[in-house]
Write a protein that binds this ligand. Structure first.
Ligand code: HEM
Ligand SMILES: *[C@@H]1O[C@H](CO)[C@@H](O)[C@H](O)[C@H]1NC(C)=O
Ligand SMILES: *[C@@H]1O[C@H](CO)[C@@H](O)[C@H](O)[C@H]1NC(C)=O
Length: 335
């Protein structure tokens, strides 16, 4: 009697499990699957540890790892969605990464993803997308430099297209004014708070002199130097970037703590020390200035807004279900 009760209960549990699985499978078939934090919990349970170790190893070798990987994620998501399309190598030089806007992406970001993918493939072959590995690696970049940790939604599929011509007008330019930045972010479901928070990624890394030389030499017919720049800072930048623009010289985006993910970036904006026009605009513009001041005074508010915005960025244009593919090699389509 007792054991029959038990057997019937088991049978019931089994039925509930089956119908749940059916629903899950139907959702996936329909291509309507959502990202989820535990997407690989049974197919690749050690995934996050593996990516974490691979990124840490690379970070110990070269500091460029963190800024390069974080920027790579942003550029991937804004062009055709977060689908690792930026990773594709084309022998004809006509892939996304060959565009003018992507040529300055540091090679160490690509290498980080390739190495993490190799480590993941050794454990769970053919299961985890390059797009997800890039999203996880970007999180590790933030954590390794002292920024906030956060859970990453997973389940992205890798894109089947990567064209240089797709990049045009999809990425922000360093000389963009506030409204251009706001509109471009809005097209990706990112609002003004997200714009200000994500720009805080410029708390690490560097920019080539060519990206801001106009601000220190050739601003306008009335003033050679951008008046929103602190004059002393402008002088320092002129010394760092002599006229004529050597394409190899870079300046730190946050010179006070370029290796640390903190809120110094916003304190710099306060005193006219945003390196790019797009940085300083966030303070110049009166609509976003209160957010800059808030993030400069409250690192906790910055961290929370950054995490929210990174998760939103990670959802932009994602392919799920049976869209796209799981690439074997992140730099090449499967066939
Ligand atoms: C708001 C509009 C943005 C503009 C106009 C912009 C533009 C730029 C430019 C021109 C550089 C210098 C590239 C070079 O000369 O090598 C740069 C670097 C960088 N950007 Fe942005 N960016 C923006 C937003 C973002 C966002 C949202 C992220 C990430 C969440 C990001 C992450 C980075 C990082 C980490 C670097 C340093 C890269 C390195 O050191 O290799 N940027 N950005
Ligand atoms: C932007 O969106 C976030 C939620 O994703 C919200 O908390 C924030 O208030 C929004 N900011 C603006 C300016 O609408
Ligand atoms: C300033 O701009 C002019 C005209 O575009 C250019 O010829 C000149 O080389 C620029 N100077 C510097 C220092 O970049």
């Amino acid at each position: 009697m007792f054991s029959r009760e038990k057997a019937r209960k088991k049978m019931e549990d089994w039925r509930i499990l089956c119908s749940t699985l059916m629903i899950i499978m139907m959702v996936i078939e329909g291509g309507e699957a959502q990202l989820s934090e535990n997407f690989y919990s049974s197919s690749c349970p050690r995934l996050e540890r593996i990516v974490q170790q691979a990124v840490k190893k690379k970070h110990d070798q070269t500091f460029v790892t963190a800024p390069a990987t974080l920027r790579l994620f942003f550029h991937d998501c804004l062009v055709l969605g977060c689908d690792a399309s930026v990773m594709i190598f084309s022998p004809n030089g006509d892939a996304e990464k060959d565009s003018d806007d992507d040529l300055s992406l540091a090679g160490d970001g690509f290498d980080t993803v390739i190495k993490a993918k190799q480590a993941v493939e050794a454990n769970c072959p053919g299961v985890v997308s390059c797009a997800d590995i890039l999203a996880l690696a970007a999180r590790e970049a933030v954590v390794l430099t002292g920024g906030p940790s956060f859970s990453v939604e997973l389940g992205r599929r890798d894109g089947l297209r990567s064209k240089k011509s797709d990049v045009t007008k999809h990425l922000p330019e360093p000389d963009h004014k506030f409204n251009e930045l706001l509109n471009l972010f809005a097209k990706n479901g990112l609002n003004q708070t997200d714009l200000v928070a994500l720009s805080g990624a410029h708390t690490i890394g560097a920019a080539h002199c060519s990206k801001f030389s106009k601000r220190i030499y050739n601003y306008s017919q009335f003033s050679p130097i951008d008046p929103t720049l602190d004059p002393l800072y402008a002088l320092q930048l002129q010394q760092q970037c002599p006229p004529g623009v050597n394409p190899n010289i870079v300046a730190f985006l946050d010179p006070l703590s370029s290796n640390t993910f903190d809120n110094t970036y916003y304190k710099n904006l306060f005193v006219g020390r945003g390196l790019l026009t797009s940085d300083q605009e966030l303070f110049t513009n009166l609509a976003s200035r209160p957010t800059v001041i808030d993030f400069a005074n409250n690192p906790g508010n910055f961290n929370a807004a950054f995490v929210t915005a990174m998760r939103k960025l990670g959802r932009v244009g994602v392919k799920t279900g049976n869209q796209g593919e799981i690439r074997r090699n992140c730099a090449a389509f499967n066939s």
